[in-house]
Each structure stands twice: as structure tokens, then as C-alpha cells.
Design a protein around this ligand. Structure first.
Ligand SMILES: [Zn+2]
Length: 942
């Protein structure tokens, strides 16, 4: 145990900045809740850390919650070292004993003999790799129950195991010392007396915890197990003894969660009907961890004063009427006015002191006149209170503040509420702004708006009193305004599921994620991901259809989707993640492919058309996801020459910085002050079009391109495409979870693989641009790493690799050469510019279109070019289309569009008036031109 405590002490020092221990305590650690240097713990047993500011903060945590990793390797830490000892000295229960004493805080002497240490193995655990664990096993009923103790998260939600086929229904587990047998007058003085109270708790560790504090307890093993048989046997035993041992009072002490509370009510009713005297006990649940009796034992909170509080909480739970409950509160807290809930309705209790005094006098008088039975002081008071109170219903539902959430960017903030209803148990959740919580009329409106039929009829002062209590030290939940991966929290937030460190977590009933020290939710609600977390629902057969329909290209597109899940981490390590372009004519199946890839991520979607949205709309789309692709599609837009003029073509250059994850442009999202917010680009870009993107070289270099066509389609591939269209999201959305479970492996191997492939690609013929090599190397690395999630053969992988190499070569080629329209332009230009000019002295061989005086440049007026082409009947591209791509001209690199001093007009306009260079003709020489570099242009003759 010493080395575990040393580990804990060491971490506490590092993480909370404790001063070196003085005497028995470590002090001055930094409290994570109030940020004061107010934490303390025991130097030699730092199991629990507490904030000493009890009234202002009161934070506390068990080392088990702070450092769960230290509490999960019992076999490695304690059983394995036993093997070094001679066989006769080995302790076969070393792991179990360590677990019970250290993870559960039990006294070994009190638990010896109650359990056995066993082993458990699950073939399917740990992502199908199989995993084993030591267990602590207890016999109960005709079965046994065992807790898995070694890294139990590997077994999914299953942390305990029952013997197959056995049953504990109607029974309980009891400490062996528990007995209701009448020992008679001759019993030894130190013999355990039959208890007057019997606690009924859920877990065996809860029961043992109670026993450590002298309370008799039995474990029901699950909250819905009413111990019918065990209670009947106990009753029979007591009856056989003729009442010498009185019936104990049953204290129903189930967990403080919804099920535990609901079953407490049911069990109490049933047991009372069977003649048992019943009470209840509840641990008040505040904060995020659900605490049980064993937690309370370990925190030193099972002393008499604490138990009284739990019994009070239990009494509130099982109160039979609103008035009974109000009186319990009144008696305990001595307030004369307060709100309370009963059966999911709100009430306001007020004691009318004048009426109370009168009622009390009247009762006392009746007693002294002998008209009433004498009463104790307490009874007298209660009777008077019953007569002198006002209990006013103030809402037909129960609104409860759950937590505070805030958008750090816009500084908007809300209180998130749950509203429960009395009858059908329905629940509605929603937000209130601060303003809506401050006056009764605003509160009433928002409540009614949020939850149908929910009416608040209380006053503003009542609301204020209620909110004071509810919002005191309210939980704060962190938020992000996008869906996907939050790099700051190293967590994927995917709708109702979150993944962190390969672990899948469901959102809790309050719609946020509880991840060890982090409470977080996404405010993004416009994108729905419907991810099926049931691993047995995931059908893996789709990969064969994908391959049959789309071959290696389909697999590569999938690898891009897969890689996009890690885009943020990749850009962190490697600075960039490429864009993917999927081109294909209508009917080539690209929509089928993209929609299917989305299904693997739980999304029913294809993409959005950037040219149909405003720049503000685009910005929203570009910033609302992280580590997910943003798919830009051309919806029914005509893209051929002569397309709809009112659709302004999307400027691909807008995307340039997204490659490195930088903000796409200054946005002007307002924060609280005058500042604007530039959200970084956290996603990836997929471009899906009928025709290839033509953009500036920087954009072209950032793209990995694939063209899909109908060549090679067979009836089988057609059937497979149809099958992919029909696949239901719930059957394949498990893919994204399978992928994210491998985050750490993928990220570890990504960097060396990318380096290796980059080198190999640069050594390949026809690839020399480092950026192109890197983009395709990353894609290839992902294609390779994805084999851990989907099965393809080595032969298929070889095809994938060949395809990626081809793509890199083609990309290099497309960057080297000019766009076909640009090529056409230069062909026409060269022809027209070279046509000899007719002059009075015969044809002269001078440039006809090139106005440039600089031999290193070419300057063309496009209108002249069009005019001359018409004169000479040359077919040329449509000017509007040409202008879009002319800037990409490479063979003669585009320089600028500007006004130049024409070399042609000097000669052609003024051959007969040499020397006359007046201002008017200067003007005539200025020509608006597109200017290009012309390194190979022959020097002009003087
Ligand atoms: Zn504190």
C-alpha cells in the first residue's frame, strides 16, 4: 500500500502544488473549485483531498476519482510480485485484498473470508483483442457476483459479472455476522445483539461499508430487487421466536439516482403493506459523481450526524403529502417560509405566526380542560403548525436549474433547466437567460414557451428566493460552438456521444458529458449525428460493396474521411491536411459515394453549395464542425459555358488558409466588446463537382484529385452502389467510433508513415513538388492506418497505393501545364499577333496584339483580341470563361491587369507625323491590358 500512497502523494504535490508536509498534514494545495490555496490532506494517507473553506467552497475528492489510473492495475501491482516468492509464501488473494483495502477503504480483518479472488476473461473485450481481469467474488443466493478489478473499462460498461443462469431475485447478501436469532439471557455480554434497524443498500461494498460503522446492512445487488423471500424468512424467524426479538425498522437506502429513488418509493409501499416499519435514507447528490455508501465510508461521512442527514433526506423522499414534507423541512430548518416540491409540483409554505400562536393556545387549553389527550412538546408544535400554515401551489410542474453554460466567444450565457411534470413523468429541458429568471412574468412566459402547459403562478419574491437556493454554487458546464473534435479538451463531441482517449461516453441525462474532471457540451444543434453505440449493431460487410462499386478510389475517398477525423491533430503535428476533390459527371456515382461515407459518420447528408450562400452563411458552415469534412457541392447549377450569370462563382482562393487550419477570413463575429472573433478552420474540405476545379496554383497544389466516371461499371458494381444507397445509418455509424477508438495508434504512426511516403513519392518519376508529395503521402498513410478498422487484402492495398501515386503524378502534371482554355488562348494569340500588318509600303512583320514595350512582357487588350479573332474567323473561348482562368496562365505567367503605354499605337497611329508627341496622342497610347511574362520573347528590333 505504501507505494500507492507515495504515488498519490507525488501526483497531488505536482498537480495541486501542495507545500511539503508539516506534521500530519499536507496543506496549501490549490483548490480547483475556488482557486484558493486551501486544499489539505493527511500526509501519510492522502486518500481524500479537501478544501478547508467549508462554507465558501467545500470541494473534496477521493484520490480514486483524481487518479483512476492508479486504481486499476491490482494484478500487476500486487499479484505479479507474489510470483517471485516461493510457492508456499505466495498470497493467492493479493490483488483482491489490495483492491478491497485501497480502492474500497476496508479493514482487511473485517472482510477476510467474505470473498474469493477469481479470474475473468472476455474474448470480445478490448476491441475484440480479448482481455482478462482478476475479480473479487461473493456468493449470494444460488449465484455469485464478482467485481472486475483490472482496468475494467476494457470490458465496456460491464464492471461486474454474475454466474450465468443463477439468480439472486428476492434474496439479499448479508454480512455473515448478521443475525436476528434470540440469544437468550445466557448470551455472552459481547455477543452481537439483533439490530433494531436494518439498512437495505444496493451494493455489497455498500453493505460492508455500513458494517464498518456498526450499522446492520444487506445488499440487494440491484435497486429493482425487492427481497421478498429474504424478508419472509426473517419474518418467519422472528415469529418462531415469539416476539422476543422485535421486528427491525427497514431503512431503504438505495442509490441517489433516478432508479434508486423510484424503487425506494415502490419498495417502501410494498414493505409497509407486508407489515414492516419503514424509513428511507438518501445521500444528497450534488456535483457530478454519483456517490454511494462506499464513497461516503471512504470520505469519513458515515458518522451519526451524517446518517441523520441521510435519514432526513430519505424521509423527504418518502413523505406522503406536500404538507408532511413541508413539516419535515420546517422542523429541521426552522424557516417559516420556503418553497418545496412534491410529486413534481411546486409549493410555497408559509407559517402564519399569529394563527400558530392562537392554535397552540387553543390546543393547550383543550388539553388542560381534559378535552384532549396530553401531547409532548414536539407533538403540540406539529399540531399547531398543521393548523396555522399556508401551503400554496405555485407551479403545476417542477423547474430545476441544472447548470450554467456560456458561449465564450459571444459571451451569451444561459441557465439550463429541467422541467418535470407530475403525471406521465415527462421531462422537458431548455434554457433561461438571466433576465428570464429575475421577474415572475418573464419566468412564466419562458417556462410556458419551453414546456407545454407549464405554468408558474408564484410571485417575483418567491421566484427570487427559489433561485437563490437553486443557483447557489451552480455547476458550470463548458461549451464549444461546433460539433466534432475540441482540441482544447482533447475530446470528440458528436451529438449524444463523446469520445476521449479512445473511450466512448454517452451524454448524461442533463445533456452534457461528464468526463472525469471535465463537464462539457456542444452548443451546435443544427448538425445531427446519429451514432449507434451498440457495437453488436455494427455491420462490417459494407466495405465489400464500397470496393465493388468504386474500387481503390472509393477506398481512398473513405481514407480521406477517416483522416479528416484527425485533421486537427495532424495539422498540429504536420502543419497541413490536404483538400479532396471528387469529380465526376452526373451518374458517375459521386453523390452515392459521398452520402454513404457520411452514413459511416452517422449523418444523413451530402454537402452544401458555396456559391448559393452568403459569405456569412459560408463562414457559419465552415466553422460549425471540427475534424469532419465540409463538402462543397454544385447543386443543380449549370456550370457549362453560358451558365446562369446571377450565380457568382465561388472564389476558391477563399479556402487557401484552411489547408493549414488558419482562419479563412476575418469574420466579425461579435464578442462581448468590440473585438471580432476569427475562428480557426478546424475541419477538412471536400470538393465535389462535375468538372475539375480551375483555380490559382496555390489552391491546385492543396488538392488531392480523383475523377469518377462510368467506365468499368459492371452489373455487380451497380448492384453494390444500390446496396450502399440502401444501407441504414444505424448499421454502419459504428465505423466512426471504431476509428476514433484508434486515435492514439493513428497519431503515433501517422508522422513516420507520412515521412516515409513523402520520400518515396518525391523519388518517383513525375513528382517533384514537395507539397504534392506530402499531401498524397498523408492520404496514403491514412489509407494504410485505416486497415485497422476495415479489412482489405494486400492486393487491394497495392491498388490503393498505385492509385495514390498516379494521383500525385497527375496533380504535378496539372500544375505544370496550363488550363485548356488558356492553351487555346495562347494558340489564337500567337496566330493573330503574327499576322503581317498591311501598310502602304506592303505587309510589315510587327506584333498586332502585344502592346508591351518591355521585351520581357506581353500585354494584351482582350477586346482587341476578340475583335481581331472575329475578323480572322478564329474560334476562341468565351471571354467570361477565359477571364476566370487566364490568371492561372503558367507557360507565360500572368503578371497583372493594368494600363500600359502601347508600343503598337506609337507605330501604327503616327508613322506620318514623326516627332509629334502631344498630350492627346499620349492618351491614345494608354491601353488597358492583361500583362504576362514572356521570358522567351525575342528582342524587338529598334
Ligand atoms: Zn475550494
Amino acid at each position: 500500500m505504501a507505494d500507492l500512497l507515495d504515488d498519490i502523494a507525488q501526483r497531488l504535490k505536482n498537480d495541486y502544488d501542495f507545500k511539503p508536509p508539516k506534521g500530519k498534514h499536507m496543506r496549501k494545495g490549490k483548490c480547483p473549485q475556488c482557486n484558493e490555496k486551501s486544499l489539505w490532506t493527511f500526509a501519510d494517507s492522502p486518500w481524500v483531498v479537501r478544501c478547508e473553506r467549508l462554507n465558501n467552497c467545500g470541494w473534496e475528492a477521493h484520490a480514486k476519482e483524481l487518479y483512476p489510473d492508479l486504481f486499476e492495475s491490482w494484478t500487476d501491482r500486487y499479484q505479479v510480485p507474489e510470483m517471485a516468492k516461493p510457492p508456499e509464501e505466495r498470497n493467492p488473494n493479493a490483488a483482491a485484498e489490495a483492491y478491497l483495502t485501497q480502492a474500497r477503504g476496508f479493514d482487511l480483518a473485517k472482510v477476510k473470508g467474505l470473498f474469493t479472488q477469481e479470474a475473468y476473461f472476455d474474448q470480445e473485450a478490448d476491441h475484440g483483442r480479448g482481455a482478462g481481469s482478476a475479480t473479487v467474488r461473493f456468493a449470494v443466493g444460488d449465484t455469485w457476483w464478482e467485481r472486475l478489478i483490472d482496468r475494467p473499462w476494457r470490458f465496456g460498461k460491464k464492471k461486474a459479472n454474475f454466474k450465468y443462469g443463477g439468480s439472486y431475485q428476492g434474496r439479499w447478501w448479508a454480512m455473515p455476522g448478521l443475525s436476528f436469532v434470540d440469544l437468550g439471557p445466557d448470551a455472552p455480554a459481547d455477543a452481537q445483539k439483533p439490530p433494531a434497524y436494518l439498512w437495505l443498500v444496493e451494493g455489497i461494498f455498500d453493505a460492508i461499508s455500513m458494517d464498518h460503522h456498526g450499522e446492520a446492512a444487506v445488499a440487494l445487488l440491484s435497486c429493482n430487487n425487492y427481497p421478498e423471500q429474504a424478508l419472509a424468512e426473517l419474518k418467519a424467524l422472528l415469529e418462531r421466536q415469539g416476539g422476543t426479538v422485535p421486528m427491525p425498522t427497514l431503512v431503504w437506502a438505495l442509490d441517489g439516482d433516478k432508479a434508486g429513488r423510484a424503487f425506494t418509493l415502490k419498495h417502501v409501499e410494498r414493505a409497509r403493506a407486508a407489515g414492516w416499519k419503514c424509513e428511507a435514507a438518501q445521500i444528497p447528490q450534488k456535483g457530478r459523481a454519483k456517490l454511494d455508501w462506499n464513497d461516503m465510508h471512504q470520505r469519513g461521512r458515515l458518522e451519526r450526524e451524517h446518517l441523520d442527514e441521510y435519514l432526513y433526506q430519505g424521509a423527504l423522499l418518502i413523505a406522503r403529502s406536500a404538507l408532511d414534507k413541508a413539516l419535515l423541512i420546517y422542523n429541521r430548518e426552522s424557516k417559516t417560509e420556503f418553497d418545496l416540491s412534491f410529486n413534481n409540483r411546486l409549493y410555497w409554505f408559509k407559517l402564519d405566526l399569529e394563527r400558530y400562536a392562537k392554535a397552540r393556545d387553543a390546543i393547550e387549553e383543550a388539553i388542560s380542560d381534559g378535552k384532549a389527550e396530553p401531547l409532548s412538546d414536539e407533538e403540540l408544535r406539529e399540531k399547531a403548525v398543521r393548523e396555522a400554515n399556508v401551503l400554496q401551489p405555485i407551479a403545476n410542474c417542477l423547474p430545476q436549474a441544472l447548470y450554467y453554460q456560456r458561449n465564450e466567444v459571444t459571451q451569451e450565457a444561459w441557465y439550463y433547466f429541467r422541467v418535470s411534470f407530475p403525471h406521465d413523468g415527462g421531462v422537458v429541458k431548455g434554457k433561461f437567460t438571466a433576465g428570464q429568471l429575475t421577474t415572475a412574468s418573464e419566468f412564466k412566459k419562458q417556462l410556458l414557451h419551453m414546456a407545454a402547459g407549464a405554468i408558474y403562478s408564484g410571485s417575483s419574491p418567491q421566484l427570487e428566493r427559489m433561485m437563490q437556493r437553486q443557483l447557489d454554487n451552480i455547476k458550470i458546464v463548458q461549451t464549444v460552438d461546433f460539433i466534432g473534435y475540441s482540441a482544447a479538451h482533447k475530446t470528440y463531441l458528436l451529438g449524444k456521444v463523446a469520445v476521449r482517449d479512445g473511450q466512448v461516453h454517452d451524454a448524461n441525462s442533463e445533456d452534457y458529458f461528464d468526463l472525469e474532471k471535465l463537464s462539457i457540451k456542444s452548443l451546435q444543434s443544427s448538425i445531427a449525428l446519429d451514432i449507434n453505440t451498440r457495437t453488436d449493431a455494427y455491420e462490417r460487410g459494407w466495405i465489400n460493396h464500397l470496393w465493388s462499386a468504386f474500387g481503390a478510389k472509393g477506398y481512398i475517398a473513405l481514407a480521406y474521411w477517416f483522416g479528416s477525423l484527425f485533421a486537427e491533430q495532424i495539422r498540429e503535428e504536420q502543419k497541413s491536411w490536404p483538400f479532396m476533390e471528387i469529380v465526376g459527371e452526373p451518374g458517375s456515382g459521386k453523390s452515392t459515394l459521398i452520402q454513404f461515407l457520411w452514413k459511416l459518420f452517422g449523418r444523413d447528408y451530402e454537402g452544401f453549395d458555396p456559391s448559393k450562400s452568403t459569405s456569412a452563411g459560408r463562414l457559419r458552415t465552415f466553422t460549425q464542425v471540427s475534424n469532419l469534412p465540409i463538402v462543397l457541392i454544385e447543386s443543380d447549377r449549370e456550370t457549362k459555358t453560358g451558365g446562369q450569370a446571377h450565380v457568382k462563382a465561388f472564389d476558391w482562393d477563399e479556402l487557401k488558409d484552411a489547408y493549414n487550419g488558419n482562419s479563412i477570413r476575418t469574420t466579425g463575429v461579435k464578442t462581448g466588446g468590440n473585438e471580432t472573433y476569427d475562428p480557426p478552420f478546424r475541419a477538412s474540405i471536400v470538393i465535389s463537382q462535375n468538372n475539375q476545379v480551375q483555380a490559382s496554383q496555390p489552391i491546385m497544389e492543396r488538392i488531392c484529385h480523383m475523377t469518377f466516371d462510368t467506365r468499368g461499371f459492371t452489373p455487380a458494381s451497380y448492384e453494390s452502389a444500390k446496396a450502399l444507397e440502401k444501407v441504414a445509418i444505424e448499421g454502419v455509424s459504428g465505423f466512426i467510433l471504431e476509428a476514433l477508438k484508434r486515435e492514439s495508434e493513428v497519431m503515433t504512426e501517422m508522422v513516420p508513415l507520412t515521412e516515409q511516403h513523402t520520400k518515396a513519392l518525391l523519388a518517383t518519376d513525375g513528382i517533384h513538388k514537395p507539397r504534392i508529395a506530402k499531401n498524397h503521402a498523408q492520404l496514403l498513410a491514412m489509407a494504410q492506418l485505416m486497415r485497422r478498422v476495415v479489412r482489405i487484402s494486400d492486393q487491394q492495398m497495392a491498388q490503393v497505393q498505385q492509385q495514390v501515386v498516379t494521383m500525385a503524378q497527375e496533380r504535378q502534371q496539372s500544375i505544370n501545364s496550363d488550363h485548356p482554355l488558356v492553351q487555346e488562348f495562347w494558340e489564337a494569340f500567337d496566330y493573330l499577333n503574327g499576322i503581317p500588318m498591311a501598310t502602304p509600303s506592303g505587309p510589315r512583320d510587327t506584333p498586332r496584339l502585344d502592346h508591351s514595350r518591355d521585351p520581357q512582357q506581353i500585354a494584351v487588350n482582350l477586346n482587341e483580341f476578340v475583335e481581331m479573332a472575329a475578323q480572322h474567323r478564329q474560334q476562341i473561348p468565351v471571354l467570361a470563361e477565359l477571364k476566370k482562368v487566364l490568371r492561372t496562365s503558367k507557360a507565360r505567367r500572368f503578371v497583372d491587369v493594368k494600363t500600359v503605354n502601347s508600343a503598337i499605337r506609337t507605330r501604327s497611329n503616327q508613322p506620318t507625323k514623326p516627332g509629334n508627341d502631344g498630350p492627346a496622342s499620349e492618351q491614345g497610347r494608354a491601353v488597358h491590358c492583361w500583362v504576362f511574362e514572356s521570358p522567351s520573347k525575342p528582342a524587338r528590333k529598334p
